[in-house]
Design a protein around this ligand. Structure first.
Ligand SMILES: Cc1ncc(COP(=O)(O)O)c(C=O)c1O
Ligand SMILES: N[C@@H](CCSC[C@H](N)C(=O)O)C(=O)O
Length: 382
């Protein structure tokens, strides 16, 4: 069985079956010539299937240990397709600090079609246990979570969900299959914003989904084609290219993040650091158990909330922008940016304070990143 470092390069269909091209070609076509009436070739119409997209879909399935993969026009499109598995009256249990856009999709759109939900802190499994109802069809969470980097016990949550006949859906965007494979821990569906570490270069929006159940795969495939929010061939190619360097990039992100987290932890201007790689982090031991690395994301709170705006506006290399997982370091303020779609009261209940800053650590030289943070702290506290 090849290692993940090999799979990202040679996994699934890495060479073109027709020409032998060592790089999967971009099949930029909407449709395919048929052999005769009622007799299509392997591919028929690009919404249904496209060889470039298929190479990416097969690759994500192989990396995560799924039976089939699906590529969508965005992470949200993938999440929408997965949650379309459920019907009016079904009940979901969502972790209380999921990405703001996921919360918005459930709260403002899917709830209109009769899906109900509870938001729960998944770190307390006794609270989670109480939320199951006969109508509960799935539990949904991220680990590490966005933006609090909470680590949830995937195997235990799966066991709980299974005992109530519910599916477990894990958003593995922050860890990537390089650091964590939830299907191996029993999860039913894994999804990604491929926009982030998988694409890796902040140049493409995409979503990826995989499952270890043939039955769920058939259903998700039906929904992918019927809803139609598929990833185009060009964007599929960009994500395929990004994944080839996933192993190298994740190692570099994680090594830099550890250095920056230690720097922030020692800073008098920072009151709290959220990073599972720190020994005192509540998720540290669990992360060591279920992950192969701590990832490249850090969140932290400033001691003086009034300094948040000038601080994030004073950085030179670390760019003020929404998103994460690209080679360049990005910083953002969840309450104003990525999680603004979550009502303030719910945000605060989940622990997402206005003073919280989220940092996606890039693969630049760590000394330059630390110097950048240091200079901004000195400037705003002068
Ligand atoms: C954890 C997580 N899941 C899903 C999404 C949605 O992905 P996309 O922006 O690709 O639609 C995001 C960010 O947008 C995210 O941070
Ligand atoms: N304003 C956007 C938010 C994009 S957030 C992108 C990404 N998930 C992240 O966490 O950085 C919106 O409201 O959709």
């Amino acid at each position: 069985m090849p290692q993940l470092k090999t799979k990202v390069i040679h996994g699934a269909v890495s060479t073109d079956q027709v020409t032998g091209s060592v790089v999967t070609p971009i099949y930029q076509t909407s449709t395919f010539l048929q052999n005769g009436l009622g007799s299509p070739k392997e591919y028929e119409y690009t919404r249904l299937g496209n060889p470039t997209r298929h190479a990416l879909e097969a690759l994500i399935a192989e990396l995560e240990g799924g039976v089939r993969g699906f590529a969508f026009a965005s992470g949200m499109a993938g999440i929408h397709a997965v949650l379309s598995l459920f019907k009016p009256g079904d009940h979901l249990i969502l972790a209380d600090d999921i990405y703001g856009g996921t919360f918005r999709l459930v709260d403002e759109i899917l709830s209109k079609s009769g899906l109900t939900y509870d938001l729960v802190d998944f770190s307390d499994l006794s609270v989670l246990t109480e939320k199951f109802k006969p109508e509960t069809v799935a539990v949904y969470f991220e680990s590490p979570s966005n933006p609090l980097l909470k680590i949830h016990d995937i195997a235990q949550i799966v066991a709980l969900a299974k005992s109530h006949g519910a599916l477990t859906v894990v958003d593995n965007t922050f860890a990537t299959p390089y650091f964590q494979r939830p299907l191996e821990l029993g999860a039913d569906i894994v999804l990604h914003s491929g926009t982030k570490y998988l694409g890796g270069h902040s140049d493409v929006i995409s979503g990826l989904v995989t499952t270890n159940s043939e039955k769920l795969a058939d259903h998700i495939g039906f929904l992918q084609n019927s809803i139609g929010s598929v990833l185009g061939p060009n964007d599929s190619w960009l994500v395929l290219r990004g994944i080839k360097t996933l192993a190298l990039r994740m190692e570099a992100h994680a090594a830099n993040a550890k250095k920056l987290a230690l720097f922030l932890d020692a800073s008098p201007y920072v009151s709290k650091v959220y990073f599972p790689g720190l020994k005192q982090d509540p998720g540290h031991e669990l992360a060591k158990k279920q992950m192969d690395g701590f990832g490249g994301m850090i969140s932290f709170e400033l001691a003086d909330e009034s300094k948040v705006k000038p601080f994030v506006e004073s950085l030179k290399y670390i760019l003020l922008a929404e998103s994460l997982g690209g080679v360049e370091s990005l910083i953002e303020v969840p309450s104003v940016m990525t999680h603004a779609s979550v009502p303030k009261a719910l945000r605060e209940k989940a622990g997402i304070k206005d003073s919280l800053i989220r940092l996606s650590v890039g693969i630049e030289d760590a000394t330059d990143l630390i110097a950048d943070l240091s200079a901004a702290f000195e400037k705003v506290n002068a």
